[in-house]
Structure formats: structure tokens, C-alpha cells
Design a protein around this ligand. Structure first.
Ligand code: HSE
Length: 293
């Protein structure tokens, strides 16, 4: 069996939808699994020089974990990853690896989940722990993931034009979560419910509402400070460009639109070490491409 798995980057939270909303971005990792060649793990692209090649990577450990749960032994396989998603930047690289691992396990063990996205989502969300990343990686588009495992996917409006502003530095999700207060006030909870409801309308029907909807009182202030991107946020707001923290940060997700100046390093006051990527929205989630056998 030779098969290539394509899994998109994702931006979770989208401002007020903390742990709930997600958007699939057309920036994808590809993982090729081959049972007909010598086993091993190789990487190209983002993080290639730092990802492990001894089977302790997230794709391989996900395969091992599912095989263990099933009491099954997968055949030996070679794994080759071509990565486009920056690591530890809030763009869902861990979820993408976990979804690839779940698909890989399904194919190697004959589970049939590759044609059952709900099974892929359930396994990936349980293993990786962030359903707001797993949902768009599996279903594409704009997703609402509820804490009880339900997902509603919506088609984003064609006027939704995501641009990710990726810093050279990283923040681990676990640290960005640990920095958040454990409790929130009722007033803050109510504000987030209001902004989140408006955000669904903004993403699905009326991008003109984004600036008003992408507000948050639960996590963004802490994470903007943690990432040290206050000046960039000021520049975005000064230019009238709606923005939010992508996932747990430090990347910012901005939405360019007619009437606002284009995002450039000069506008944001950042060095060339920062990347501005305009991936577009990805309508579909993972894809499985059987190469032969
Ligand atoms: N909702 C999660 C968080 C996303 O903000 O911590 C992590 O990618």
C-alpha cells in the first residue's frame, strides 16, 4: 500500500469562540505511507531538521496508540512527511499530525475510518485534545465544535480572506493555556457569547461584521502579551483590519478586505523574519490519495 494523506492547517478559537470555533486553511501537510519499502521516517519542509525520525513523532505515536487500543499489530511502514504548516505557531500542526496518524492507523489496520470523517474526528480530538483544531482539519471550512463531540461545519463567505502573520518565535500551547485564568466573570462570559454569535454570522454571511465580532474577553489579552505582539495589534486596528489570535498564538490571523491597506511588514512594523501567508480558506478537510495497491 502506498498512500498520501493531505491534512490542512487550522486556526482555532477565531476570537470569541475559545475552544469551539475553527477555520481550515489551504496550507497543507502531506504524509506518504508506504508498506512496500524499507521502514523509516523522513521529513521535508517546516521543522524537517528537528522532527524525530525514531518513531516518536506524532504521526507514528498516534498509529501505535490506536493499534494498541485495538490490540492489533500494523504492518511495518515507511513514513515521509512534506510539511508546510509552521510548528508551534498556533496553526494546528499537532492536530494535522494527529489526523494524519489516525488515517494512517485506519489504513494500516483496515478500520475503514478514512471514509468516515466522524470516526477520524472522534479519535483525533480524543488523542490531541483540541476539537476546535481537529474539526476543521477533518471537515474543512468553518467549524463549531461543542464540548460533547458534535461538530457543525459551515461554508465561509467568499469574502473571508485569511492572512496569517507568523512570528519567528514560538509559544507552546500548553504554556499559552497555563497562562489563562481558571475562572471568568459572568460579564465576560456574556460578552463572549454575544461576540461568538455575531462571529458565526460574520464568517458565514457578512464579513463586514468581523471587526465587531472578533472580540474576546477570555484569552486574547493574555496571549497577545505572551507573544509580545501588542504593537502589531495596534497597527492592524489602526488600519481597520479585523484580527484575532490564531489558536493559542503567537500567530495572528487577519482578514484583509477592500478599503483597507494590504498587509505588509512595513505596515505591521515587523522584520523580514516574520512571514505573512495568505493561504485562503480550505473548503474540505483531509484527503486520502491511494497511489497504488
Ligand atoms: N483552543 C485551544 C487553545 C487551541 O486556545 O488553547 C489550541 O490550538
Amino acid at each position: 500500500m502506498r498512500v498520501t494523506l493531505t491534512v490542512p492547517a487550522t486556526s482555532a478559537n477565531l476570537g470569541p469562540g475559545f475552544d469551539v470555533f475553527g477555520l481550515a486553511l489551504d496550507l497543507c501537510n502531506e504524509v506518504t505511507v508506504d508498506t512496500e519499502t524499507a521502514p523509516g521516517v523522513t521529513w521535508e519542509g517546516e521543522g524537517a531538521d528537528e522532527l524525530p525520525t525514531d518513531g516518536s513523532d506524532l504521526v507514528s505515536t498516534t498509529v501505535a496508540r490506536i493499534a494498541d487500543q485495538m490490540g492489533a499489530q500494523p504492518p511495518a511502514f515507511a513514513l515521509h512527511g512534506v510539511h508546510a504548516i509552521p510548528l508551534e505557531r498556533g496553526l494546528g500542526s499537532s492536530s494535522a499530525a494527529t489526523v494524519a496518524g489516525v488515517l494512517c492507523a485506519s489504513l494500516l489496520l483496515g478500520l475503514g475510518w478514512e471514509s468516515d470523517p466522524w470516526s477520524v474526528f472522534a479519535a483525533a480530538a480524543e488523542i490531541e485534545g483540541h476539537p476546535d483544531n481537529a474539526a476543521p482539519a477533518v471537515f474543512g471550512g468553518f467549524t463549531i465544535a461543542t464540548p460533547d463531540g458534535f461538530v457543525r461545519r459551515l461554508d465561509p463567505h467568499p469574502g473571508i480572506q485569511p492572512a496569517v502573520i507568523v512570528p519567528p518565535s514560538r509559544v507552546a500551547t500548553v504554556d499559552a493555556r497555563a497562562a489563562l485564568p481558571a475562572e471568568v466573570s459572568r460579564a465576560d462570559a456574556v460578552a463572549n457569547i454575544a461576540y461568538a454569535a455575531l462571529a458565526v454570522e460574520a464568517f458565514a454571511s457578512d464579513p463586514g461584521l468581523l471587526a465587531r465580532a472578533l472580540r474576546d474577553r477570555l484569552h486574547q489579552d493574555v496571549r497577545v502579551a505572551l507573544a509580545g505582539v501588542e504593537d502589531i495589534v495596534d497597527a492592524l486596528e489602526g488600519a481597520g483590519i479585523p484580527w484575532c489570535v490564531s489558536g493559542a498564538g503567537p500567530t495572528l490571523l487577519a482578514f484583509e478586505h477592500e478599503g483597507a491597506p494590504p498587509l505588509t511588514p512595513a505596515l505591521l512594523g515587523v522584520s523580514d523574519a516574520w512571514r505573512i501567508i495568505r493561504p485562503g480558506v480550505r473548503a474540505v478537510g483531509f484527503e486520502v490519495n491511494l497511489l497504488d495497491g
